[in-house]
Design a protein around this ligand. Structure first.
Ligand code: UDP
Length: 314
């Protein structure tokens, strides 16, 4: 693992991965077109001698000089607001971008890891969601652009694995949070934190009874890192199974920020999954991994970030 290429390396998760692989002594090539990634995310290691940034859209042909040992494909809009604003780019990066990234891995004899998502389960009838659940996705619904792109990406990865014998990994990533999230990306935690810190009403979509399960970024990165070193090619859920309703989350954020914000109920967006919680038994068995950071600690660290220069002032 000495030269690692990370597409979407300036994004929230991608930039944490860049930092981790640099820390492990690897060279890191980050490719990003900054459609949702941010220079601020890679600022801390921009001058690191092992770090190289290529500003490029990965749906185009990828030419990289020299060896590459591992390709991590993280480029994609990933928040509902972003992929609804960029539906075609989302479909292209999940399909054409995945194809190009796999082609590069094949040419370099490299390993490959796909950032997939809990969205492949759609609005699930099975709860919690295990890897064997095939999902309930509406291909023509608004979220279909992301869900189907990632489902296609998984199919493409498995085809390259089966046809070309590439050592591939698929991580199905559930809701993740922490420093590096973009203010204004429309996700629930950046919204709630921003609103609470400004004493504005917290916007709850629907009646607040819908749930998510939030994993702190450091736990996720550890899971992804371990997944790279297994020989397991089937999809693996990575997330924190601790589930919370959006109403309880809003109250928690108001409490920890000491905000005077009220709650404002808005219409639930189309296709918004009602419940989401990962079954992580496979990751526990295969990776000897489980999340270690509890929500209280994780939210406090995230609050510090949103309060500081990298968050609200970025
Ligand atoms: N949500 C909310 N208020 C907001 C933003 C999001 O109630 O200001 C809800 C949203 O409807 C969803 C959940 O929070 O049920 C998580 O949404 P997010 O956009 O963070 O990601 P998702 O898990 O839907 O991909």
């Amino acid at each position: 693992m000495d030269r690692v290429l990370i597409t979407g390396g300036a994004g929230f998760i991608g930039s944490h991965l860049c930092a981790r692989f640099l820390h492990e002594g690897c060279e890191v090539i980050c490719i990003d077109n900054f459609s949702t990634g941010r220079p601020a995310n890679i600022y801390p290691f921009r001058n690191h001698e092992g770090f190289q940034l290529i500003t490029y859209d990965v749906t185009g042909y990828l030419h990289i000089k020299g060896p590459v040992s591992l390709v991590l494909h993280f480029a994609s809009p990933a928040s509902p607001k972003d992929f609804l604003e960029m539906p075609i780019q989302t479909l292209k990066v999940g399909s054409l971008g995945t194809h190009k990234a796999l082609g590069l891995a094949k040419a370099k004899n490299a390993g490959f890891l796909l950032a997939s998502t809990s969205e492949v389960y759609g609005d699930p009838e099975e709860h919690p969601q295990s890897e064997s659940y095939t999902g309930r996705v509406d291909p023509v619904g608004l979220r279909g652009v992301y869900d189907e792109a990632k489902r296609f990406a998984e199919a493409m990865v498995m085809a390259y694995h089966r046809s070309h014998g590439i050592p591939t990994r698929i991580a199905r990533i559930f809701n993740t949070y922490g420093p590096g999230m973009r203010v204004g990306d429309g996700r629930v935690l950046p919204n709630f934190f921003t609103q609470a810190l400004r004493n504005e009403p917290l916007t709850i979509y629907g009646d607040g009874s819908h749930t998510r399960s939030f994993c702190y970024i450091d736990d996720l990165v550890e899971g992804l890192y371990r997944l790279c070193f297994t020989d397991y090619s089937e999809p693996v859920n990575l997330g924190n199974p601790e589930e919370i309703s959006m109403l309880d989350l809003a109250r928690e954020i108001i409490r920890i920020t000491g905000s005077r914000s009220s709650l404002e109920f808005r219409e639930l967006p189309e296709g918004d999954p009602v419940r989401r919680r990962p079954d992580i038994r496979l990751a526990m068995e295969r990776l000897d991994w489980k999340p270690l950071v509890d929500r209280k600690t994780g939210l406090q660290k995230t609050l510090d970030y949103f309060r500081g220069n990298n968050g609200l002032n970025a």
